[in-house]
Write a protein that binds this ligand. Structure first.
Ligand code: AP5
Length: 217
């Protein structure tokens, strides 16, 4: 089962991918998380990517492709954040990696701005919170591991605007590309995460899969 999850910044891709990973035998592969880990580890490619990420623009293709090619090796995954343009799509296809379904999370611009501005992430385990929508039990502390919560550098207002422009100019065209291949499912993701998740697990495609979910669904 090879799923690609798409949508503008802050649409909830990471949140839904984590829920799918928790309940099904799939691995969540997030290009953004992989880049942020590479920066934390002072990996030379990560260090080259840093300035682009802070500006809210795409990391050059040769860097992201070099980083991702080692990572996309699972049989069943939810790919989040890669590919982001047609050059990257081609790389995936040249490597014979065939996406089965593309989930396109649709959310209004107003909603994504409010979701990104309130996002906080655990520095230790990566769990995603939102100050209003999904607050931790104790302020600034992760419910799962007691790690400290932080705000991403690129979640500041000016960078959010740039990321939304980058999405519209360079990534949105992939929606049409995958629609023409008949593997696109548009998902209204404006409601809470449970509602969005239920819409996805209710898709005929997913119901027909032989994959046994960890929850026994
Ligand atoms: P990346 O990390 O991929 O960022 P993004 O695509 O902008 O997406 P986000 O992680 O911001 O949002 P999300 O949709 O996962 O939302 P989340 O679930 O966290 O990329 C960062 C940068 O890396 C890029 O700008 C680029 O520079 C570089 N990069 C990455 N991949 C690249 C590539 N392939 N090529 C080139 N460069 C690349 O949710 C957001 C918030 O909303 C959270 O607080 C959450 O709690 C809350 N929330 C989620 N769902 C709901 C809901 N249903 N209701 C209420 N609140 C919700």
């Amino acid at each position: 089962m090879k799923i690609l999850i798409m949508g503008p910044p802050g649409a909830g891709k990471g949140t839904i991918a984590e829920m799918l990973q928790e309940n099904f035998d799939v691995v969540h592969l997030s290009s953004g998380d992989i880049l942020r880990d590479a920066i934390k580890e002072n990996n030379p490619l990560g260090m080259k990517a840093k300035a682009f990420m802070e500006k809210g623009v795409l990391v050059p293709d040769e860097i992201i492709i070099e980083i991702m090619k080692e990572k996309i090796n699972a049989d069943a995954f939810v790919l989040d954040g890669f590919p982001r343009n047609l050059v990257q799509v081609k790389k995936l296809e040249d490597a014979d990696i065939k996406i089965d379904i593309v989930l396109n999370l649709q959310v209004s611009e107003e909603t994504v701005i409010s979701r990104i501005s309130g996002r906080r992430i655990c520095a230790q385990c990566g769990k995603i919170y939102h100050l209003k929508n999904m607050p931790p039990k104790k302020e600034d502390i992760c419910d799962v591991c007691n790690g400290k919560l932080y705000q991403r550098e690129d979640d500041k207002p000016q960078t959010i605007k740039e990321r939304l422009n980058t999405y519209r100019e360079q990534t949105e065209e992939l929606v049409k590309y995958y629609d023409e291949k008949n593997i696109l499912e548009n998902i209204d993701a404006g409601g809470n995460k449970e509602t969005t998740y239920d819409k996805i697990t209710g898709l005929e495609w997913l119901k027909k899969r032989k994959y046994k979910s960890k929850a026994g669904l």
